[in-house]
Design a protein. Structure first.
Length: 115
């Protein structure tokens, strides 16, 4: 059974940083591209960043370009999201998932950025 467990969220002031982690199990992690997504209250879930299976390519949504960095450690079945220069509009629940044939969503991790 595939399981996605996100962690690392919290409350931070604008301009601060957080590092999110996601551990995936039950599927060959190293063979799959991964993505970070977020969902703010009252809004649809949106794609934040993606990374290929071997980390050769990453892509970012325009609203996080230059501030967030996605990375992965295939030996640990983990994907990470380093978030710098956080803004209040980054407040959301953050999720990870496989890019191809997404699995059931995990519980996510709450990120709250205060003014």
């Amino acid at each position: 059974q595939v399981q996605l467990v996100e962690s690392g969220g919290g409350v931070v002031q604008a301009g601060g940083s957080l590092r999110l982690s996601c551990e995936a199990s039950g599927r060959r992690f190293s063979m799959n591209g991964m993505g970070w997504y977020r969902q703010a209250p009252g809004k649809q879930r949106e794609l934040v960043a993606t990374i290929t299976s071997g980390s050769s390519s990453t892509n970012y949504a325009d609203f996080v370009e230059g501030r967030f960095t996605i990375s992965r450690d295939n030996a640990k079945n983990n994907v990470y999201l380093q978030m710098n220069s956080l803004k209040p509009e980054d407040t959301a629940v953050y999720y990870c998932n496989f890019l191809r044939l997404p699995s059931n969503w995990g519980q996510g991790t709450q990120v709250t950025v205060s003014y």
